[in-house]
Design a protein around this ligand. Structure first.
Ligand SMILES: Nc1nc2c(ncn2[C@@H]2O[C@@H]3COP(=O)(O)O[C@H]4[C@@H](O)[C@H](n5cnc6c(=O)[nH]c(N)nc65)O[C@@H]4COP(=O)(O)O[C@H]3[C@H]2O)c(=O)[nH]1
Length: 794
């Protein structure tokens, strides 16, 4: 629908141009009120264009289209077309004329038509930028307050300055050049930093143009403060630089078109992956993934990107050279100003080294460095897993503790390197003996553990354990010498013997304890009876440690008789344990426990002190040539300071060393003959007497026997038991002869019958002890026997 046409503005004027009347449209078009129009002439309302001959009388302008500017009430000049028509057609009757004023449609007023009316000062002050006018000498003629603000100067200070002083000294030549350029070419633009009186710096973008004030050529211009933009640009540059030189690989992808394609990668990325930006720009960043690897992580990333969320993942990727590397990837979405995610930034750290290190640490924390077997920590985990599996699936599993027999002996005699080699070989043999899903662990010097899974039957398990024992028991050649390892094995079965790690371990430990107690190179399965034995053993161990302090130990003295005279010449001190609940406990029961636990050392010391006390008591009774013998354990003999300590004890108690005899078993001496020789020599030097106990059972070599500085050998009672047996009689006779040949005295123990006594006398044995004459006596009974000179009947 066309808008309804405006009514034409029509003035009615007389021939002289005075306005006589007008319509409402005139008021609307001009903005004048009726009072304003009244008394005005047409020339005052419309400024006719000169070309239209406005000076001519109205009558002459009839029917001539002319143009002009309508002077509106608000000072606007409105271009109009004017048509003048006579109101009367009678040529002799000059009358009034209609002046039709039509705004010239589509014609803008001339560009600068209103300029002289503009409030220039306000505009200049209101500009959002610095404004200035400079003359050719560089002096500021006009400016706005923004310039004052930037220069930190007042209006009074400004005109005195040459404008180049508003800038940093280094920039001044450029500034002058730009001003000259503007004067010469008409305009120039440049960026420069204004420096305020107090040092404030503002970056401005100047545009200036040449003009003139009257005759004076000047340039005027604006300076737009771009400090904020500069700062942003600087910040962006720093960030761009940071991305560029970051040690972390950075990849930026664009996801605007529904895809997610590489847009940028930094040099660190190129270095890490081997791919250049040119090669991969526009590609899907997943090109480095390993098919089927870290599937879960990839799925997580995919989900996060779909939801436009941040995500972090540890992945394996392949470098261009085919190498797999571990990377710690973090992806964050980047939004545009409208808050839409257009990009993703991925930061990748290569954690391959750290991963390997972590794995090495993990391996170290769970494995034995010497053999590479599982250590105790890993064993516990594996055992728990195996027990749970066996319980769930109702299958049989086993835990085997293996202790190498005489490993210390191997270390001592062949050196630690040989010992290590033996351990490594045993580790290999054990690994070869079980399946891959079984566990082989080393949990101590010579202690190995096997976790055996899924056994078809108890019998087959027993066969497997026996095969393992035999496999260990095969000689190992180390540095040209054959070493024969043996092992004691304790086995518990699960869930049969327990369904927790603790129970199963304790059961295997008990079985192992029993295996060792039974002798070397054998295997024992846990049973409840065995548990009882072990339990008693452990109880014994616990109470034995308190027995010495609680004065529960007592010494018995078994008299030794000179077979020539029948006189009691000495006694063997034999320890007994007067247990508060179990009564008298004999040494065979507790000495092995004391040996194992090391309690034999304080116990042995106590025995010596007690025996010395008995000697002192006898001396007080006038008996000075009496000899009391004590049994020495292997541990005591091995103690470094044993001889020195014994010397101190004898000195402190005032006992003549010649009255004390130390009995050492033949096997003790022969296990480590060289060390034994050294220890015996030291003891001999003290002046104590030495004897070899249980002689005949320990395969003494004659060469060693000759060298041992001993005084007595004691025939083991097993030979004397049946002297009527030819073989035993021969051995006993041979021992007596051997002793005498070596200039040693010979004593027989365990003499129970007259027949044995007679045999000994016949073969000139020197001394005897045994129930035939007397069992072990209390100290008091011994004193009475000695003082009463009780003798063996001849
Ligand atoms: N069948 C029979 N046995 C007889 C006869 N005469 C003595 N005996 C026993 O034979 C053992 C001799 O001691 P041993 O061979 O040194 O063997 C000793 C010794 O090796 C060890 N022992 C005893 N006391 C000590 C000690 O103070 N220290 C150390 N390290 N070992 C000790 O305990 C072993 C056993 O001692 P005991 O039970 O006291 O047993 C003693 C003694 O009571 C006899 O006519 N017939």
């Amino acid at each position: 629908m066309n808008p309804s046409p405006l009514p034409l503005a029509v003035f009615v004027v007389d021939a002289g141009g005075a306005i006589a009347s007008w319509n409402k449209a005139c008021e609307k078009l001009t903005g004048y009120s009726a009072a304003d129009i009244r008394n005005k002439t047409l020339e005052q309302i419309i400024e006719f264009d000169l070309a239209d001959g406005c000076a001519r009388p109205i009558a002459a302008r009839v029917d001539v289209d002319s143009t002009g500017q309508l002077r509106c009430a608000d000072s606007r000049r409105l271009p109009v077309r004017v048509t003048i028509a006579p109101q009367s057609f009678d040529p002799d009757q000059p009358g009034t004329y209609s002046v039709i004023v039509i705004p010239r449609a589509g014609l803008a007023p001339p560009r600068y038509a209103l300029i002289q009316d503009l409030p220039t000062a306000d505009i200049i002050e209101g500009l959002p930028c610095v404004f200035y006018v400079i003359d050719q000498s560089g002096r500021l003629l006009l400016w706005n307050h923004l310039l004052e603000n930037a220069l930190e100067m007042t209006a009074e200070e400004l005109p005195t300055c040459d404008v180049q002083h508003f800038f940093d000294e280094n920039d001044r030549p450029d500034i002058v050049a730009k001003i000259v350029e503007a004067f010469e070419t008409g305009q120039s633009s440049h960026e420069a930093e204004l420096v305020g009186k107090h040092g404030k710096r503002s970056s401005l973008l100047f545009h200036c143009a040449r003009t003139s004030l009257g005759d004076l050529p000047v340039i005027f211009g604006t300076g737009l403060d771009i400090s904020a933009r500069k700062q942003t640009e600087q910040g962006l540059r720093v960030r761009e630089r940071a991305i560029y030189s970051s040690v972390n690989a950075i990849v930026i992808t664009c996801c605007e078109n529904g895809k997610n394609l590489v847009e940028y990668v930094n040099p660190a990325f190129e270095q890490m992956t081997g791919y250049t930006l040119a090669e991969i720009k526009g590609h899907d960043p997943r090109f480095m993934r390993i098919e089927g690897c870290d599937v879960h992580e990839h799925k997580r990333i995919h989900e996060a990107l779909k939801k436009r969320e941040s995500v972090q993942a540890i992945l394996r990727n392949v470098r261009k050279n085919g190498e797999v590397f571990w990377n710690d990837l973090r992806i964050d979405p980047v939004s545009n100003v409208d808050g839409e995610v257009t990009h993703f930034v991925g930061v990748i750290s290569d954690i391959t080294e750290a991963r390997h290190y972590e794995r090495r640490l993990h391996h170290l924390a769970h494995h034995d460095p010497l053999t590479g077997l599982a250590n105790r920590t890993l064993l516990q985990d594996e055992l728990k897993f195996s027990i749970d599996f066996a319980v769930r699936n109702k299958v049989l599993g086993a835990l085997a503790f293996l202790d190498l027999d005489n490993f210390k002996h191997i270390n001592d005699n062949f050196g630690h390197d040989a010992g290590d080699e033996v351990l490594r070989e045993i580790a290999n043999r054990l690994k070869m003996s079980v399946r891959d899903n079984d566990t082989v662990a080393r949990v101590g010097g010579d202690e190995f553990v096997l976790v055996i899974n899924n056994q078809p039957s108890h019998e087959q398990l027993a066969d497997l354990i026996e095969r393992i024992r035999q496999r260990v028991n095969v000689p190992i050649t180390v540095a040209g010498r054959d070493i024969l390892p043996g092992t004691s094995i304790g086995v518990s079965r699960f869930p049969h013997d327990g369904d927790t790690v603790d129970r199963v371990m304790r059961a295997a430990d008990a079985a192992m304890y029993h295996a060792k107690a039974l002798g070397k190179n054998n295997s024992q399965f846990y049973s409840s009876e065995l548990n009882q034995i072990v339990h008693e053993h452990l109880m014994l161990e616990a109470s034995l440690s308190k027995a010495i302090g609680n004065r529960e130990m007592v010494l018995g003295y078994q008299p030794k008789v000179d077979l020539r005279t029948g006189k009691v010449v000495g006694a063997e001190a034999l320890v007994r344990w007067n247990h508060p609940e179990n009564g008298i406990v004999l040494p065979d029961k507790f000495i092995p426990v004391a040996e194992e636990t090391g309690l034999i050392v304080p116990l042995g010391e106590w025995v010596i002190i007690e025996a010395c006390g008995a000697l002192k008591a006898l001396a007080r009774l006038g008996v000075h040539d009496f000899v009391i013998s004590v049994n020495l354990s292997a541990r005591q003999l091995r103690q470094r300071q044993f001889a020195a300590q014994l010397a101190r004890t004898l000195g402190r108690l005032g006992v003549n060393p010649a009255n004390l005899e130390l009995e050492v078993t033949e096997s003790q001496l022969m296990d480590h003959p060289d060390e034994a020789m050294e220890a015996l020599a030291e003891l001999k030097a003290l002046g104590v007497r030495l004897s070899i106990d249980d002689f005949g059972t320990g395969y003494s070599s004659l060469s060693h026997l000759q060298k041992f500085p001993v005084d007595f050998i004691k025939i083991d009672r097993s030979f004397l038991g049946e002297v009527n047996l030819d073989a035993h009689a021969v051995i006993t006779r041979a021992i007596i002869a051997l002793g005498h040949n070596l200039k040693l005295k010979v004593i027989a123990e365990g003499v129970e019958t007259l027949e044995q006594l007679t045999f000994l006398r016949t073969h000139h044995c020197d001394q005897m002890q045994g129930h035939y004459f007397s069992p072990a006596l209390s100290q008091k009974s011994l004193e009475e026997m000695v003082c009463s000179d009780t003798r063996l009947p001849g």
